[in-house]
Design a protein around this ligand. Structure first.
Ligand code: COA
Ligand code: AMP
Length: 632
């Protein structure tokens, strides 16, 4: 595979990606094997909707597996599964993984799944999760992976929106100290949902046996054993590869759509240019297949690029100790690691001197990439010092599918400025706009946007919701994509991400909506009104805290109500929300026009200096909130 950007500067590459956009991506499209090579690069006939490579035809699974088997990597490891929570390791060469996926694809077609159908994948971090995604891609079915830490209700919402023909799942996930049985959650979700899938394919893990529903559930092993291998089905470049739901500002998640062609091209291009990774290298994204990082950089990008990818079912600490990451790096020869800063904060907290690094040979390790939340300079410096390799903070989101701002080390390693994820990625015309739609001066904070059209790989729309797509991202600044992050650029063009401009909070690298949590709290019969804010946390970045005002005349014990509220959020959204604190207060601070002063509450909670807002209706309430927080 060629790496067209060798020996040029970032500035030159970036400039060309914006000024000669179509030529730039036509060249990158050469990294992909097409059934029909696209002649038309960008369909801009229906703005603000854009489509990349509209006349191209390909298969993403072919690009991730078969072409490497045929092209000299048949015996190279494609996938290494390392699971300290089950004390298991399994490896698959490209040939083995291709054969497993082809059989699984056959089993799916036996269940009646065909091109264009949707399939929900609700699985823990086991090789079968990766195989499920690739098997769907192989037959042109559209997968939608749901993260295992979500509750039945969240899964039900996704089932109703994606309307899957089949669901692929496993009997359990394993969290340190507990087995999370998936089947009862899945059965409950199907019960709640209006849409009913025709079949459920169930992978039985030895740690828990799932009970089967007659006429609907099929045993994974038997289905695969009875199936014949299925070949790759050609699909249009603009056909969807997957839907990935992410938090919006309400309890209704957004179904981010990813197409086949643009996605394959962008990811293939990113591996060398942005991550400095070559085919044959070992790449490890310590995330979860349920998140976008898992989709892009556990599964698709490393495989499309001919790397070995590592699937890790464990935590950075406690499985069994803070040396877990160093063990995996040395044992599997990892060259590049990608994770969230929170993982490094956890390691540093438990092993500040990095004594657990001592026994391991990390000589093959070249770079650490961090994303998912703001990377605090302390964590960045600690990682740099202990690892002695470049530590790259980079910024992106589920919607973009690949980085929007980074230090593009495969093109040119730029100066690192702690606190900044560095510069816009080629293809992303990143601007900072003020409230009057004007571009901000250097160092002036505004809304971070990307000028349309977005490059290949970024979302073309939301699933069955073009209007919602326009309303959420394109309406506020016509001609630009609204990222919902606020920040600024310095005089050197470095981008700084400061905060979200909506109600999204970031807990341990997981994106959560406080609005969705408020919807749950409001459902408690004793609650009159509520506010959930994200307060700063040393380990997880932010943690949600809920404040509730009770209905008049409620006699119910406050501590009991608070416990019930915590249980409700865990039950409806899931443990991943990490919602552990609900506080009953007399009143919520509001402006005279009735708007809850969430930002001021957050400043109080974070112990930051705060000014009494001029518009507050009753200043004494803020003192009450401060006291309530202090008493916790
Ligand atoms: N299935 C079921 N439950 C899950 C789960 C899953 N797949 N993933 C997490 N949970 C549960 C956890 O067990 C925990 O439950 P608890 O309240 O009973 O303890 C809860 O959800 C919160 O999980 P998490 O936020 O992961 O916290 P943690 O305390 O278990 O671990 C870290 C903290 C920092 C070690 C962990 O968050 C981590 O490794 N983060 C890496 C970040 C990451 O992968 N980000 C993805 C984007 S790159
Ligand atoms: P997600 O869609 O879950 O990947 O979350 C995306 C959001 O996480 C972004 O909009 C940012 O708010 C935040 N985020 C991701 N990466 C970074 C980063 N490097 N620095 C600051 N915030 C980040």
């Amino acid at each position: 595979m060629g790496c067209p950007e060798d020996a040029v500067t970032y500035e030159a590459v970036y400039d060309r990606s914006i000024k000669h956009r179509e030529e730039f991506w036509a060249e990158a499209a050469g990294l992909i094997d097409w059934d029909v090579v696209p002649q038309w690069m960008l369909d801009s006939s229906n703005p603000p909707f854009y489509r990349w490579f509209p006349d191209g035809v390909l298969n993403t699974c072919y690009n991730a597996l078969d072409r490497h088997v045929d092209g000299g990597r048949a015996d190279q490891l494609a996938l290494v599964y390392d699971s300290p929570v089950t004390d298991t390791k399994r490896t698959f060469t490209y040939t083995e993984l291709r054969d497993e996926v082809a059989k699984l694809a056959g089993a799916l077609t036996d269940l009646g799944v065909t091109k264009g159908d949707t399939v929900i994948i609700y699985m823990p971090m086991i090789p079968e999760a990766v195989m499920s995604m690739l098997a769907c891609a192989r037959i042109g079915a559209i997968h939608s992976v749901v993260f295992g830490g979500f509750a039945a209700k969240e899964l039900a919402t996704r089932i109703d929106d994606a309307k899957p023909v089949a669901i692929m799942s496993a009997s359990c996930g394993i969290e340190p100290g507990r087995v999370v049985e998936y089947k009862p959650l899945l059965d409950a979700a199907i019960e709640i949902a209006d849409h009913k899938p025709s079949s459920v394919m169930m992978y039985q893990r030895p740690e828990a046996e799932a009970s089967m529903v007659g006429g609907r559930d099929v045993d994974w092993a038997s289905a695969v054993a009875a199936a014949s291998s299925h070949d790759c089905v050609p699909v249009g470049a603009t056909d969807p590869l997957y839907i990935l739901y992410t938090s919006g500002t309400t309890g209704i998640p957004k179904g981010v759509v990813r197409d086949n062609g643009g996605h394959a091209v962008a990811l293939a291009w990113s591996m060398h240019s942005l991550y400095g990774v070559n085919p044959g290298d070992v790449y490890w994204a310590a995330s979860d297949v349920g998140w976008v990082v898992g989709h892009s950089y556990i599964v698709y990008a490393p495989l499309i690029h001919g790397c070995t990818t590592v699937l890790y079912e464990g935590k950075p600490v406690g499985t069994p100790d803070p040396g877990a990451f160093w063990r995996v790096i040395s044992e599997h020869g990892v060259n590049v690691l990608f994770t969230a800063p929170t993982a490094f904060r956890a390691i540093r907290r438990d092993d500040p001197e990095a004594a657990y690094m001592e026994p391991y040979d990390l000589s093959g390790f070249r770079a650490l990439f961090l994303a998912g939340e703001r990377c605090d300079p302390d964590t960045l410096h600690w990682a740099e010092e202990k690892l002695g390799v470049p530590v790259i903070d980079h910024w992106w989101q589920t919607e973009s599918g690949w980085p929007m701002v980074t230090n593009p080390i495969g093109i040119e390693m730029l100066e690192v400025k702690p606190g900044s994820p560095t510069v816009p990625v080629p293809g992303y015309d990143i601007r900072v706009l003020d409230d009057d739609d004007r571009e901000c001066e250097a160092n002036q904070i505004g809304a971070i946007v990307a000028k349309l059209p977005l490059p290949p790989g970024a979302l073309p729309t939301l699933w069955n919701a073009d209007e919602h797509f326009v309303d959420s991202y394109l309406r506020r600044f016509p001609g630009y994509y609204l990222t919902s992050d606020a920040g600024y650029k310095d005089e050197d063009g470095y981008v700084y991400i400061m905060s979200r401009i909506d109600d999204i909070i970031n807990v341990a690298g997981h994106r959560l909506s406080t609005g969705a949590m408020e919807e749950v709290l409001s459902d408690h019969p004793d609650v009159a009104e509520c506010a959930v804010i994200g307060v700063a946390d040393d380990l997880k970045g932010q943690l949600p805290v809920g404040f509730v005002v009770l209905q008049a005349g409620v006699e119910h014990d406050h501590v009991e109500i608070e416990t019930e509220l915590v249980a409700m959020v865990r039950d409806r959204i899931g443990p991943v929300a990490a919602f552990k604190t609900a506080i009953v207060v007399e009143r919520l601070p509001k402006t005279r026009s009735g708007k809850i002063l969430r930002a001021t509450m957050r400043n109080i909670a974070d112990g930051q200096k705060w000014k009494m807002p001029a518009t507050i209706d009753d200043p004494a309430i803020l003192e009450e909130i401060a006291e309530a927080l202090e008493s916790r």
